[in-house]
Design a binder for this molecule. Structure first.
Ligand SMILES: Cc1ncc(COP(=O)(O)O)c(C=O)c1O
Length: 463
């Protein structure tokens, strides 16, 4: 596929509703030289999103500088759970910045103490510890490190770390290695037998029916010649981000028991799922399990570059003073903002809100799927995250062209979506801020439905 979103202004139907304004060509002609300049300065990997020059945000709305306004179904990339432009967060950043303390390395600050304390209260065990970092990848890397060190302490020989097919855990070396998407790992150029993938039980999107039973986990290890006592850790996204797919509850409960039995550390990557997104505060609550380590990113701060690992005291305390650090760990501005965000998530009951609005959201998406059954294979998700998997008519073959077209048309009509992900690059992912007003949510879904209808115009699949 060529450039899916060329830098060419398209004259579109003007839109003026309570939640959307589109009154110029999209992308705006004046934005073109700026976007072109960015393309000259940055590597090509930074392209790929619909070419909207973000100017400001408020709640569940994103604005450009020319009066266009979108309903945001991206939350950045599942970051802004409490919405964009929250005064409480801006005030917290401003107040902290005005102290003159913009950074502190690992020296203690009040901002860090307050945020770590608030996070710790949400941990699965009362004596869990919290370490702050900067990115989701870094949180996953640290989780891998803690699991491997634990294996060393236990005297496990030749330990392996197990993750799932199609998983995404980040783009740094270790986190990418742990991921389960082979093309993303080709650049590494060599295999590492100490990382092993097993099939993800996604209920049939890409898994075989038999992969959804826990026996498939053990069988996959056996097939790869791994005896269970070599496994130092198992890490899974609580739902797989690419397709918003959850594992069966029974599978995850058996995995918990299996990890305990074999002294393997169970890590849930909550980078997308945590902080209310799925209608539970933590995604793992859907399974009724407690992980040993939780890797947090994105919604942990609601805006700022901050991540965290929360977990079992004995695992977290394995490295001595000064031997497991990160330069921006617990940056005071990030901590102040993240605390204000977390307080909003809790005070405004945004987890319950995601669960409640999720019923409307997932129900309407099912209706859209039912309207276009030949080209939408499935809808997956919980709470306020979902994916629609686009396929070539009447087949299971992913149709990235349709997905990209739908995203492009939605953006031109005032619904902000990011580029398709997952399942053959053909999954339209939808994840509004948890504060989205209900009428904005339903309006956005109507725009999405119209985008499908428009994309399929003239084709027999429109029902
Ligand atoms: C599930 C999951 N884990 C880890 C990451 C990596 O986070 P970051 O981009 O902050 O390194 C992502 C990012 O999209 C993610 O979705």
């Amino acid at each position: 596929m060529g450039d899916p979103y060329p830098l060419t202004p398209v004259d579109v139907e003007p839109v003026q509703t309570k939640h959307r304004t589109i009154k110029t060509a999209i992308p705006h002609p004046a934005s073109i030289p700026l976007l072109e300049r960015l393309r000259e300065l940055e590597p090509a990997c930074m392209e790929g999103q619909p070419p909207i020059l973000w100017d400001h945000g408020q709640g569940a709305s994103i604005f450009d500088a020319w009066g266009n306004k979108w309903i945001d179904f991206t939350s950045g990339v599942l970051i802004t759970n409490a919405g964009h432009g929250r005064k409480e967060m801006i005030d917290a950043v401003t107040k902290q910045a005005q102290t003159g303390l913009l950074t502190s390395y690992c020296f203690p600050t009040q901002a860090r103490i307050r945020f770590v304390e608030a996070l710790q209260k949400l941990a699965p065990r009362p004596d869990d510890k919290v370490m702050l970092l900067s990115t989701g990848s870094e949180a996953n890397e640290l989780s891998i490190k803690l699991a491997r060190e634990n294996a060393r302490r236990l005297g496990k020989s030749n330990p392996v770390f197990v993750t799932f097919a199609n998983a995404f855990h980040g783009r740094t070396l270790g986190s990418q290695r742990a991921g389960g998407i082979p093309p993303l790992k080709e650049w590494i150029g060599y295999a590492d037998e100490h990382f092993v993938n097993v099939p993800f039980p996604d209920g049939g999107v890409r898994s075989r029916p038999e992969d959804n039973d826990f026996s498939a986990f053990e069988a996959a290890l056996h097939r790869q010649g791994i005896s269970p006592d070599r496994v130092c850790g198992v890490m899974t996204e609580t739902y797989q981000g690419g397709n918003s797919t959850f594992a069966p509850v029974e599978y995850m409960q058996k995995l918990r028991v299996w990890c305990d039995h074999h002294k393997a550390v169970l890590v849930t990557d909550e980078v997308q799922a945590g902080f209310g997104r799925t209608g539970k505060f933590w995604g793992f609550e859907h399974y009724g399990i407690k992980p040993d380590l939780i890797a947090c990113g994105k919604g942990v701060s609601g805006a700022m570059p901050l991540s965290a690992v929360i977990g079992r005291r004995d695992l977290m305390d394995q490295f001595g003073p000064g031997s497991m650090t990160s330069t921006h760990s617990g940056n005071p501005i990030c901590c102040a903002s993240a605390l204000a965000h977390l307080e909003l998530v809790l005070k405004e009951n945004l987890t319950e809100r995601a669960a409640h609005l999720g019923v409307v959201f997932q129900g309407k998406l099912d209706a859209i799927k039912d309207r276009f059954p030949d080209v939408i294979l499935a809808r997956h998700g919980k709470g306020l995250v979902a994916s629609l998997h686009c396929v070539k008519p009447g087949s299971r073959e992913p149709d990235p062209h349709l997905a990209w077209t739908v995203v492009g048309l939605a953006v031109q009509a005032g619904l902000l979506l990011f580029a398709p992900v997952g399942f053959g690059g053909a999954s339209v992912k939808l994840c509004p801020p948890l504060v989205i007003p209900e009428d904005a949510l339903t309006e956005g879904l109507e725009v999405l439905e119209a985008a499908f209808a428009h994309a399929l115009e003239g084709q027999a699949v429109v029902k």
